[in-house]
Design a protein around this ligand. Structure first.
Ligand SMILES: N[C@@H](CCC(=O)N[C@@H](CS)C(=O)NCC(=O)O)C(=O)O
Length: 369
C-alpha cells in the first residue's frame, strides 16, 4: 500500500503555519510531500493500527452533539461514535473502549489536515466538509458523508430579521474553515459589507459574541444548533436563520494513497447507513446474526444464509476486515438512526436531508453484494 512519508511534511507544515487562518490549501513544494509525490510502497494503516492495538481519531471536542468534552472530561458525540465504530471493526470487538482500543485526539480546524498528513492520527472524523481542494491538494481521501450539512447564521433574538438585514455587521467565524470562505462569497454576491471576526475556536467565539464584538455567528447549521442548545443560557435567546449559505457534506477522511485503510473504514460508514435501511439495530443484531431475516441482512452481517438444505458461504466484501465486522459495529454503536437519535435529536437537529433515501432524504449506502 502507498502511504505518505512523514519526513517530507515539514515544508508543508511551515507553509500552513504561515498561511494560518485561511483555508486555502498550500500546494506541496516540488519534490516535497503532496499526497502522490512522495508516496511509496508501505504497509497499510489497517495493519499498522491492528499491530499497534490502538486507533487514533482526530476529533472536535467543542461542538455539542458532534464531539464535545463534558465537564467530567469525557468527549462524546455523533462523530465520536463513528470513531468507536471504526475501532469495533478494526479490532473485531463489540465493546471498544477509549484508552484501550481507541484514542481521541482533539484537533483545531486550522491544523487538522497538516496533523493528518503528519501522522498524528489515523482517521479524521471531525465535522469536516469534503471539498475538491481538500480532496486534491490537501491529500485527503473522504469517505461516504456521515452528515449532509449547510452553513447558517445565528444572531441574538430580535436584532435582525434575516441575513439580508446584516449589511455592515461583524460576523464571528472559525479560522481555517470552509465557513470563513463561504461567508465572504455569500455577503459579496449580495453586495453586502461585513467585518469578519476570525477566531481559533468556539470558546473564543463565545467570548467575543458575549462581549458584543460580533453581531452574527456563522458555522455549519448542525453545529449552530448544538452551540445554541449549549450556550443559550449564557448568551440569552438566539435565533438561527433558515437561509442555507452553502453545501457542507461532512465526511470522515484518511490520507490519500492507502486504499486498504480507506476501503475498510468507508465500508463501516456505508454499513451503518445500510443497517438502518434494512432495520438491523443494536437491539436485534445478535438475533439477526444467528438467523438473518433476509439474504441482504446476512450479507451485511457476514452470516451464511441457508441455500436449500445447506449453508451458503458467508459474504465477505474483501476489505481486509473479518466478514462479521458489522456485527461488532452495530453492537457497539447501533445503526445510523440510532447514532443520530442518541446525539443529535436531543439538541433539536432534525433528520432533514439526512433521512434515508427511502424516507425522502439523501442518505444512500452502497449495497453489500
Ligand atoms: N465543516 C466546516 C467547518 C468545520 C469547523 O471546524 N467548524 C468550526 C465551527 S463550529 C469548529 O468546529 N470549531 C471548533 C474548533 O475549531 O475548535 C469545515 O470543514 O471547514
Amino acid at each position: 500500500m502507498r502511504i505518505l512519508r512523514r519526513s517530507t511534511l515539514l515544508v508543508a507544515v511551515l507553509a500552513l503555519l504561515a498561511a494560518a487562518c485561511t483555508d486555502e490549501p498550500e500546494p506541496a513544494a516540488e519534490g516535497e510531500g503532496g499526497a502522490e509525490g512522495q508516496a511509496q510502497e508501505q504497509e497499510s494503516l489497517l495493519q499498522v493500527v491492528q499491530d499497534r492495538g490502538m486507533l487514533r481519531c482526530g476529533v472536535n471536542a467543542t461542538v455539542p452533539g458532534f464531539g464535545f468534552e463534558s465537564a467530567e472530561g469525557v468527549i462524546e458525540g455523533f462523530d465520536i461514535d463513528f470513531c468507536k465504530a471504526f475501532a469495533a471493526a478494526v479490532f473485531a470487538t463489540a465493546d471498544p473502549q477509549e484508552g484501550e482500543h481507541f484514542e481521541l485526539v482533539p484537533i483545531d480546524a486550522d491544523f487538522r489536515f497538516t496533523a493528518l498528513r503528519d501522522g498524528q492520527y489515523d482517521v479524521l472524523v471531525r465535522n469536516t466538509t469534503w471539498t475538491s481542494s481538500r480532496d486534491g491538494t490537501e491529500g485527503v481521501a473522504f469517505m461516504h458523508p456521515n452528515y449532509y450539512d449547510g452553513q447558517a447564521m445565528m444572531v441574538r433574538e430580535g436584532e435582525f430579521e434575516s441575513i439580508d438585514d446584516m449589511d455592515g455587521t461583524a460576523v464571528c467565524v472559525t479560522a481555517g474553515t470552509t465557513t470563513e470562505l463561504n461567508l465572504a462569497d455569500y455577503f459579496g454576491e449580495r453586495g453586502m459589507d461585513f467585518e469578519p471576526v476570525v477566531l481559533e475556536d468556539n470558546d473564543q467565539i463565545l467570548e467575543a459574541f458575549n462581549q458584543g464584538r460580533c453581531d452574527g455567528w456563522t458555522s455549519d447549521r448542525s453545529q449552530l444548533a448544538g452551540l445554541k442548545s449549549q450556550f443559550e443560557g449564557e448568551t440569552g435567546p438566539l435565533v438561527i436563520f433558515d437561509d442555507i449559505m452553502s453545501k457542507e457534506p461532512l465526511a470522515p477522511g484518511v490520507l490519500d494513497g492507502d486504499e486498504e485503510w480507506f476501503d475498510a473504514l468507508n465500508m463501516v460508514v456505508n454499513g451503518i447507513i445500510l443497517a438502518e435501511e434494512v432495520e438491523v439495530t443494536s437491539e436485534n443484531v445478535e438475533q439477526e446474526s444467528s438467523g438473518p431475516s433476509t439474504p441482504g441482512i446476512g450479507a451485511l452481517l457476514g452470516v451464511p444464509v441457508e441455500e436449500g438444505e445447506e449453508l451458503g458461504v458467508a459474504f465477505d466484501p474483501g476489505v481486509g476486515l473479518d466478514p462479521t465486522f458489522m456485527q461488532n459495529v452495530l453492537a457497539a454503536v447501533g445503526n445510523y438512526g440510532e447514532i443520530f437519535d442518541r446525539h443529535l435529536t436531543p439538541i433539536d437537529v432534525e433528520r432533514g436531508i439526512n433521512a434515508l433515501w427511502t424516507d425522502g432524504g439523501i442518505q444512500y449506502a452502497i449495497p453489500f453484494r
